[in-house]
Design a protein around this ligand. Structure first.
Ligand SMILES: NC(=O)C1=CN([C@@H]2O[C@H](COP(=O)(O)OP(=O)(O)OC[C@H]3O[C@@H](n4cnc5c(N)ncnc54)[C@H](OP(=O)(O)O)[C@@H]3O)[C@@H](O)[C@H]2O)C=CC1
Ligand SMILES: [Fe+3]
Length: 367
């Protein structure tokens, strides 16, 4: 492919009707899914495989050749083969000279190898231009078309033109390329799929820790202490009152933690007299998980709303009980003593309305 055509493709990928042939090494799940998507997007696709026999699984319109033959038909070769089999590329080094090799591989563990798979590929085939891409897109999502949640394709590579060519293909497939810089970024990109809920670990652990702390604090203060010293059983607080007290506290603490790093960063910048220096690592990580902290705060606030909605239902139950007693007394006016007895039962709970202790829910629960 000449320089001009690749540039045109990069600038206006959707307007070009004639697309360059793309070669895919490996007819496994990912190779086939990507090939299928590329054919749908108008790319002629050839597969390079150990077996040149075509099967019903191969996407319609694609041809299967030996690795060497297929490589000669395209400027871009997608290596849809696991890293441990990359040795088969060594004898092909001469044919692959000057070609764009796209590394799509993932590992089973974070930082499994000292160097990224893409860097390893670049070492094995030094004459080729290696680009890392597509590893965060799954074969299943490509085939089923459920790419909504994973439209971003992280791309990195040392050769700018090669990277542009791959990014043009990404766009043509209806995905969004995100340029991550040079091939040094490949290790990080390869770790992305292995990071379960990235940036959620700290907010979740922190909120679990705070929940446990405040729960046991309230339990000791409102349930254990009265039980031990006054022999009163307030264990029913555990279900609603204590959680409803903890939720707004946590929501506010987490919300404060969303805003605090911004303030600390501003103070650090003022102290240093420049904003062009890196923040300390701990502050960097804290800033990066602000969105997650905010979402956890929102979850606690919503829970508080839910509990607050439950409480009036409980006070309604109490109102129904007391009104039934009053009506019973009305039907039997002679039983004055029972009326007074019922009144005495109700009074302690109504008087507690005056006893404002932070959150009114504690008072409602004294049924
Ligand atoms: N599956 C997925 O959802 C995703 C996979 N990936 C990556 O794509 C790559 C392929 O994955 P996937 O398709 O699932 O794996 P598969 O096991 O389904 O396919 C791998 C293919 O590699 C080829 N192969 C196997 N052994 C050798 C060998 N010794 N020499 C040469 N070629 C060999 C075979 O193709 P043939 O028989 O045609 O030679 C085989 O079909 C992996 O690196 C994976 O990390 C990345 C993102 C998502
Ligand atoms: Fe409240």
């Amino acid at each position: 492919m000449n320089k001009n055509s690749s540039n045109t493709m990069a600038l206006a990928p959707n307007t070009s009707s004639k697309r360059e042939t793309v070669c895919i090494f490996g007819t496994g799940d990912f190779g086939r899914a990507l090939g299928h998507k590329m054919i749908q997007s108008g790319y002629p696709v050839v597969f390079g495989s150990r077996s040149t026999q075509t099967s019903s699984l191969i996407p319609k319109g694609a041809e299967v050749f030996s690795h060497a033959e297929a490589a000669q038909k395209a400027a871009i070769i997608i290596i849809a083969v696991q890293r441990q089999h990359y040795n088969f590329l060594i004898p092909l080094a001469e044919i692959l000279r000057g070609k764009v090799l796209v590394d799509v591989s993932n590992n089973l563990k974070i930082n499994q190898y000292p160097e990224s798979n893409a860097e390893y590929l670049a070492q094995l085939v030094p004459g080729a231009k290696v680009v890392k891409a597509f590893n965060t897109v799954s074969a299943w999502a490509l085939q089923s078309g459920t790419l909504d949640a994973s439209r971003q394709v992280f791309v990195c590579g040392d050769d700018m033109e090669a990277k542009q060519m791959v990014m043009a293909i990404v766009r043509a497939l209806g995905l969004t390329p995100v340029d991550q810089g040079s091939l040094l970024a490949a290790q990080e990109i390869e770790n992305y799929p292995l990071q379960l809920f990235p940036m959620w670990k700290f907010p979740i652990l922190l909120s679990l820790g705070l929940t446990a702390f405040f729960f046991f604090y309230c339990l000791a203060r409102d349930v254990i202490y009265p039980y031990v010293y006054e022999n009163k059983d307030f264990s029913f607080f555990i279900a609603i009152s204590i959680p409803n007290r903890i939720c707004p506290i946590l929501a506010l603490i987490l919300l404060a933690l969303v805003y605090l790093p911004g303030v600390l960063a501003a103070i650090i910048q003022l102290y240093r007299g420049t904003k062009y220096r890196r923040f300390p690592d701990w502050l960097d990580k804290w800033m990066l998980c602000r969105k997650q902290l905010g979402l956890v705060a929102l979850a606690f606030a919503s829970l508080h709303v839910l509990y607050t909605l439950i409480i009036p239902i409980r006070s309604f139950v109490r109102w129904r009980i007391s009104s039934r007693i009053v009506s019973q007394v009305g039907f039997a006016p002679c039983s004055m003593s029972s009326f007074l007895l019922s009144l005495l039962q109700i009074l302690p709970s109504t008087s507690s309305f005056r006893n404002v202790r932070g959150h009114s829910n504690v008072l409602y629960n004294r049924v």
